[in-house]
Ligand binder design. Structure first.
Ligand SMILES: CC(=O)SCCNC(=O)CCNC(=O)[C@H](O)C(C)(C)COP(=O)(O)OP(=O)(O)OC[C@H]1O[C@@H](n2cnc3c(N)ncnc32)[C@H](O)[C@@H]1OP(=O)(O)O
Ligand SMILES: O=C([O-])CC(=O)C(=O)O
Length: 372
C-alpha cells in the first residue's frame, strides 16, 4: 500500500453537484460565470439540492420556506451571552451553535429523506441569523430578528447593522454567496460526507464541516488575507513583504489551489467586485495593494489567487468585521455541504480508507518496572 499525501488526485466518490474540469467550475453543469452574473443565492441553493434551476413558483416556495425558518431559538442567543464572547472566534461559536441547534430540532435524528430536506432548509435559513446574532451580541447589542420579506443576502446585511443595505452591497454579497456555494470535494465537504457516511445525522455533518472550513489552508484563508493586508499596511511595503515570504518559503494567503492550475475562476468576479466597491467607498488602498501582491506573486511562481484573496477586500469594503469572513463562507457553503450530505445518504457506503503503516513492528511488551 502506498499513501498519496493529502489524497491528491484521488477520486473518492461520484457526485452530480458540482464539477471542476480543466479549471472550469460548474454547479450541476451551469458555468460559475453565468451563475455569478445572473443567479440569486436562493436559485443556486435550489439548483444544488434539486439539480435543476427553479421555476418562479419553485423559487417563491423555497424563498418562503427559508424565510419562515430563519429565526433561531432564544437559547442560542442566551448561550452566546453565557461565555466571555469577546475572546471566542466566530467560527468556534458557529460550530457550537450548529451543534446546539441540533438539540432543539425534534427531527435531528429522523433519517428519512423528507426530514433530512426539512433540516437542510432549517440549517440554510438559520446560519445567517446565527452569525449576525453572534456579531451583535459580542458588541453588547441585541440581535435583530430576520425579516420575511428579504432575500438571504439582504437579510444578513440588515441583521448585522439594522439598516437596509444599498443595492450595490446586496449585489456584491449575493455574488459572493453564489461563488462560495459549492466546490466539488473540498476538505470541508469531504469531512461532511465522511461524517454522515457513518449514518450520523445532518447536524453532526455540518458541525464537522464547519470545523474543517475554519483552518487557514481552507476557508480561514479569507480572514488570513485580511490580516496580511493589514500587516503590509501600505502599497510601498508589498514588494519586500512578498520577497520575504518567498525567501522564507512561507505561504502567501489567498494564493494557490490543490485543483486549479491556471487559476480559480471565482477570483476574477471578486476582483471586479473589489474594484467596484472600493471605488464607491473612495478607499481603493486595499484593492491596489491586492493587485500589486497578485502581480508580484504570479511573476515569481505559477500561483494564481484563489476565491479567498479578493473576497477579503470585498467584505472589508462592506464594513464587515474581519473575523466574520469565514463564517460568511460557511453561510454560503452550507448549501453545498447539505447537497453533498443528501447525496451521500442517497447512495451511502461507509468511507473508510487505509493507512500505510510506518511505525515500529514486532515489539515485545515490557512490564512497567522494567521500562527505561
Ligand atoms: C477556499 C479554499 O480553501 S481555497 C485555498 C485557501 N487557502 C489558502 O489560500 C492558503 C494558501 N495556499 C496554500 O496553502 C496551498 O496553495 C493550498 C493548501 C491551498 C493547496 O496546497 P497543496 O496542493 O497542498 O500544495 P502545497 O502546499 O503542497 O504546495 C505546493 C508548492 O507550492 C507552494 N505554494 C502553494 N501555495 C502557496 C502559497 N500560497 N504561497 C507560497 N507558496 C505556495 C508550496 O510552498 C509548495 O512549494 P514547493 O513545491 O517548492 O515546496
Ligand atoms: O476546493 C478546494 O480545495 C478549496 C476551495 O476552493 C473551496 O472549497 O472553495
Amino acid at each position: 500500500m502506498t499513501a498519496t499525501r493529502g489524497l491528491e488526485g484521488i477520486v473518492a466518490t461520484t457526485s452530480s453537484v458540482s464539477s471542476i474540469i480543466d479549471d472550469t467550475l460548474t454547479y450541476v453543469g451551469y458555468s460559475i460565470d453565468d451563475l455569478a452574473e445572473n443567479a440569486s443565492f436562493e436559485e443556486v441553493v435550489y439548483l444544488l439540492w434539486h439539480r435543476k434551476l427553479p421555476t418562479s413558483e419553485q423559487l417563491d416556495e423555497i424563498r418562503k420556506q427559508l424565510s419562515e425558518n430563519a429565526k433561531i431559538p432564544q437559547q442560542v442567543v442566551d448561550h452566546f451571552k453565557s461565555y466571555p464572547i469577546e475572546k471566542v472566534h466566530p467560527m468556534a461559536a458557529l460550530r457550537t451553535a450548529v451543534s446546539l441547534l441540533g438539540l432543539f430540532d425534534e427531527e435531528a435524528d429522523v433519517m428519512d429523506p423528507q426530514a433530512n430536506y426539512r433540516k437542510a432548509i432549517r440549517l440554510q435559513a438559520q446560519l445567517p441569523t446565527v452569525v449576525a446574532a453572534f456579531a451583535r451580541v459580542r458588541k453588547g447589542l441585541e440581535p435583530i430578528e430576520p425579516r420575511t420579506d428579504l432575500a438571504i443576502a439582504e437579510n444578513f446585511l440588515y441583521m448585522l447593522s439594522g439598516e437596509e443595505p444599498s443595492d450595490i452591497a446586496v449585489e456584491a454579497f449575493n455574488k459572493a454567496l453564489v461563488l462560495h456555494a459549492d466546490h466539488e470535494l473540498n476538505a470541508s465537504t469531504f469531512t461532511a460526507r465522511v461524517c454522515v457516511a457513518t449514518l450520523s445525522d445532518v447536524y453532526s455533518g455540518i458541525t464537522a464541516a464547519i470545523g474543517a472550513l475554519k483552518g487557514p489552508l481552507h476557508g480561514g484563508a479569507n480572514e488570513a488575507v485580511m490580516k496580511m493586508l493589514n500587516e503590509i499596511g501600505d502599497i510601498q511595503n508589498v514588494e519586500s513583504y512578498v520577497k520575504d515570504k518567498f525567501d522564507r518559503k512561507e505561504k502567501i494567503m489567498g494564493f494557490g489551489h490543490r485543483v486549479y492550475r491556471k487559476g480559480d475562476p471565482r477570483a476574477k468576479h471578486l476582483r471586479t467586485m473589489s474594484e467596484k466597491l472600493t471605488s464607491i467607498t473612495g478607499d481603493s488602498k486595499l484593492y491596489e495593494m491586492s493587485l500589486k501582491i497578485e502581480e508580484l506573486v504570479t511573476s515569481k511562481k505559477p500561483l494564481p489567487p484563489n476565491v479567498d484573496f479578493y473576497s477579503a477586500s470585498v467584505y472589508h469594503s462592506l464594513g464587515i468585521d474581519h473575523d466574520l469572513f469565514t463564517p460568511i463562507f460557511a453561510m454560503s457553503r452550507v448549501s453545498g455541504w447539505l447537497a453533498h450530505i443528501l447525496e451521500q445518504y442517497d447512495n451511502n457506503r461507509l468511507i473508510r480508507p487505509r493507512a500505510d503503516y510506518t511505525g515500529a513492528v514486532n515489539q515485545v511488551y515490557v512490564p512497567i518496572e522494567k521500562r527505561v
